[in-house]
Ligand binder design. Structure first.
Ligand code: OSB
Ligand code: MG
Length: 368
């Protein structure tokens, strides 16, 4: 394939309710879609960068800039473009994994559509539907949290993840266990809000039989996570720290995590995400698929990944209506706590033109 044109499309997608984490409150997602056009096929990729560099150092305007000025021009030089040639062609540019992931995913989608192969099959999926959990933000009160968790359980979600931060950790966990019982699959996510000095507070969570605690310490504090692991029983799962298969191998070897959250956007794309899956499987480390409040486009691709054999825990791949009143694709609907893995070629789903146009704030074509 050869790139003909690349569209960078920005969307404004209001969330159904504000999503509060230890790093901020999100009410609207500023979505960047990368849309590649080749002579043979078109493809789409969703960039998971937020408007602000708070979850990670990447942010949407930065992603647009690096795509426009460096990444798209570097691919445009390639006469035999395919998904596996994207990362090597972009390797001379440091970092910017979220921007790279969006571009690689769009190329992969186009290539697989051309070949008539679904992403799930290409990646090695072994399931046609995946069990789903839901990530529940920090709330103003415990009562409000219990209402939200109760609604999600009524909808069928199979696992609950509570966002925590200093001052909102043991209390919400106690309340959720008390109301919904000891059997509820429950985990927490701190988004790097603690330090090793908080170890005794975090160890109080050991009494509640959590599946895991996600990213308690800073992104670059892998050694700190290994030390914390020696001070608490609850398994540590890393999210922000796992930026590559090498980072995963290092963290596992150091004893910094017993579980890994894989987010393709955070690690540079689905091909690196699969390598992380493989590294974890080789070490007997369970993985699950995280999310970044994706639209149906990003969700479709995440479901393909979540269908791989090592994904043995429910992911944050929730239904469309957990995020948006109007998604840009056919909505993903929960059935018995599961979402179906798209079966069509590529990511298996396309944006609905009217729905897409209704939320588009800008579109720019980079002609290589
Ligand atoms: O840390 O997993 C996270 C959302 C945005 C940024 C970071 C995270 C999250 C979530 C929600 O927890 C996952 C989702 O439902 O998409
Ligand atoms: Mg997380």
């Amino acid at each position: 394939m050869k790139l003909d044109r690349v569209e960078l499309r920005r969307l404004r997608m209001p969330l159904v309710s504000p999503f509060r984490t230890s790093f901020g409150i999100e009410t609207v997602r500023d979505v960047l879609l990368v849309h590649v056009v080749t002579a043979e096929a078109e493809g789409w990729g969703e960039c998971v960068a937020d408007a602000a560099p708070a979850y990670s150092s990447e942010y949407v305007d930065g992603a647009v800039d690096v795509l426009r000025r460096f990444l798209v021009p570097a691919l445009a030089e390639q006469d035999h473009l395919n998904a596996t040639s994207v990362a090597p062609a972009l390797a001379r540019f440091r970092g910017h994994r979220m921007a790279k992931a969006a571009l690689e995913t769009a190329v992969l989608d186009a290539e697989l559509r051309m070949r008539g192969v679904p992403l799930s099959r290409e990646l090695g999926a072994v399931r046609d539907r995946v069990p789903c959990g839901v990530s529940v933000g920090i709330m103003d009160s415990v009562d409000e949290l219990l209402d939200a968790v109760g609604r999600y359980l009524d909808e069928g979600y199979l696992r609950i993840k509570l966002k925590i931060e200093p001052g909102w950790d043991v209390e919400p966990v106690v309340a959720v266990r008390k109301r919904f019982g000891a059997e509820l699959p429950l985990q927490v996510d701190a988004n790097a809000a603690y330090t090793l000095a908080d170890a005794s507070q975090l160890a109080k969570l050991d009494a509640f039989d959590l599946l895991l605690i996600e990213q308690p310490l800073a992104e670059n504090d892998v050694l700190g996570h290994a030390r914390l692991a020696a001070l608490m029983r609850t398994p540590i799962c890393l999210d922000e720290s796992i930026t590559s298969a090498r980072a995963a191998a290092d963290a596992i070897t150091l004893g910094a995590c017993r579980i890994v959250n894989i987010k393709p956007g955070r690690v540079g794309g689905y091909l690196e995400a699969r390598r992380i899956h493989d590294v974890c499987a080789a070490h007997g480390i369970p993985v699950w698929c995280g999310g970044m409040l994706e639209t149906g486009l990003g969700r479709a691709a995440n479901l393909a990944l979540a269908a791989l054999p090592g994904f043995t825990l429910p992911g944050d791949t929730s239904a469309s209506d957990r995020y948006y009143h109007a998604d840009i694709t056919e909505p993903f609907v929960l059935h018995d706590g599961h979402l179906e893995v798209p079966a069509g070629p590529g990511i298996g789903i396309e944006p609905a033109q009217d729905a897409l146009d209704a939320v588009t704030t800008s579109s720019e074509w980079c002609a290589p």
